[in-house]
Design a protein around this ligand. Structure first.
Ligand code: ZN
Ligand code: ZN
Length: 360
C-alpha cells in the first residue's frame, strides 16, 4: 500500500517534469555544443556560406548535365566519368588525408589570427591610403572633387579588383621564386586533392602576409579614389554584396573544387578560369610557376606565366612524388617550413616548386 502511494506521488513528477529535466552533464554538453556551433558559424570561411556553396553546386550540376557525367577529377587529378553524387562529392577526395589536413591547418590559422589581425589590418590599410592621398596632393594638388555616380562606383570596384589582383600576383610570384618563402607556400601546394577549404590551406605564418597584401592593395585604390572624389566614394554593390567580393568569393572556392570549370579560350585570356588554378596545383614540370593571379589573366599575360589548359588536361596535384611524403600530415606541414629554413641555413636547398623529377 505504501509503495502504491509512493508511486502515485512520484508519477506526476516523472511525467510532467521529465522532458525539461536535464542533468548537469547534458546541460554542459548543450552549452558547449552551442558555443562550438556559434564559433564555427561566426568563423566559417565566406566561401562555405550557403550562397557560395549553392552557386558552386549549381554550376557543377550544369557541367555534369552538359558533359554527360564527365568533367570532374579523381584524387589523382585525372578526369573521370562519374555518377552525380560521386561527381559532386567524391569519396576519394573528401576522405583523403589531405582534405583532413586542410581542416586542421585552417583551424590553427583561425585560432592564431586574433594575434595579428587587429594590429595589422588597422595599420596597413589606412596608412597606405593616407600615404597615397598625401602623395597625390603633393604631386597633383588639391582634390578635383569629382561628383560621384554609379559608373564611378563601378570603376572604383574594378580598380580595387585589379589592384588586389596585382598585389596578389606579386606576392604569389615572389613566394614561388624565393626559396625561403616557397618553404611556407609549399604548404598550400602540398594539397594532394582540392576542396573548397584548400583555398585557406596555408602555413599559419602566411596568413599575415596575405592579409597585409590585401590591406595594402585596398589602400592603394582607396587613396586614389578618395583623392579624386574628395573622400565621397563607396564601391558599387549588387544585392548588397560588393562586386569584388562576389567575383572573388566565387572564383576562390570553385578553383579549389575538383570539378573542371573551363572558360572559352578567348575569355581565359582575360579572366582566370577555375580550371586554370588546377594547373597551378599540378606537379608536372610544364605546369610549374604558372597562373599566379587570383581573378584576372592580365598580370600572368604581362609576365609570361599564363597557361590555358586543354580540356581534361591531366593535373596531378601536390608537390610531386619525390617530396610529397615530407609534407603530408598536419604536423609535417606545420613544422616543414622551419625544417626547410634550417636546412637552407646549413647550406642545403629547399626543394623547388613541383620538385618531382622523372614524372610522366
Ligand atoms: Zn602557388
Ligand atoms: Zn590554390
Amino acid at each position: 500500500m505504501a509503495v502504491t502511494t509512493a508511486t502515485t506521488k512520484i508519477d506526476p513528477i516523472l511525467t510532467t517534469g521529465a522532458e525539461d529535466l536535464t542533468g548537469p552533464l547534458t546541460e554542459t554538453v548543450q552549452i558547449a555544443s552551442h558555443l562550438i556551433w556559434d564559433a564555427v558559424a561566426a568563423n566559417l570561411p565566406r566561401d562555405l556560406h550557403w550562397q557560395f556553396v549553392l552557386v558552386t553546386l549549381v554550376i557543377a550540376l550544369s557541367i555534369w548535365l552538359i558533359r554527360d557525367g564527365h568533367g570532374s577529377r579523381d584524387a589523382d587529378g585525372r578526369e573521370r566519368k562519374a555518377h552525380l553524387l560521386q561527381f559532386l562529392l567524391p569519396k576519394d577526395i573528401y576522405t583523403h588525408v589531405s582534405a583532413r589536413v586542410d581542416i586542421w591547418l585552417w583551424v590553427t590559422e583561425r585560432i592564431l589570427r586574433p594575434l595579428w589581425v587587429v594590429g595589422l589590418l588597422a595599420t596597413v590599410g589606412p596608412s597606405t591610403e593616407s600615404a597615397v592621398i598625401d602623395f597625390l596632393q603633393w604631386t597633383l594638388g588639391a582634390t578635383p572633387a569629382i561628383a560621384v555616380n554609379y559608373w564611378w562606383m563601378l570603376l572604383y570596384s574594378l580598380v580595387t579588383l585589379l589592384s588586389y589582383d596585382f598585389v596578389f600576383f606579386l606576392i604569389h610570384y615572389t613566394m614561388h621564386r624565393m626559396p625561403a618563402l616557397w618553404a611556407l607556400h609549399k604548404v598550400h601546394h602540398s594539397a594532394e586533392v582540392l576542396t573548397p577549404l584548400t583555398r585557406y590551406r596555408e602555413h599559419f605564418l602566411v596568413g599575415p602576409i596575405w592579409a597585409a597584401g590585401g590591406a595594402f592593395s585596398y589602400g592603394l585604390a582607396g587613396g586614389l579614389f578618395a583623392w579624386l572624389f574628395n573622400g565621397g566614394i563607396v564601391a558599387a554593390t549588387l544585392f548588397n554584396i560588393g562586386f569584388f567580393a562576389l567575383v572573388f568569393g566565387f572564383n576562390g572556392s570553385f578553383r579549389h573544387y575538383h570539378v573542371q570549370f573551363n572558360y572559352p579560350r578567348s575569355l581565359s585570356l582575360w579572366l582566370h578560369s577555375p580550371a586554370m588554378h588546377h594547373v597551378h596545383h599540378s606537379y608536372l614540370q610544364q605546369h610549374w610557376n604558372k597562373n599566379f593571379a587570383a581573378v584576372t589573366s592580365i598580370w600572368d599575360r604581362l609576365f609570361g606565366t599564363l597557361y590555358v589548359p586543354a580540356k581534361d588536361e591531366y593535373t596531378p596535384w601536390g608537390i610531386g612524388p619525390n617530396t610529397q611524403s615530407e609534407y603530408r600530415t598536419y604536423w609535417q606541414n606545420t613544422v616543414g617550413p622551419f625544417r626547410d629554413w634550417y636546412k637552407m641555413l646549413r647550406g642545403g636547398k629547399s626543394p623547388q616548386a613541383g620538385a618531382a623529377k622523372n614524372v610522366d
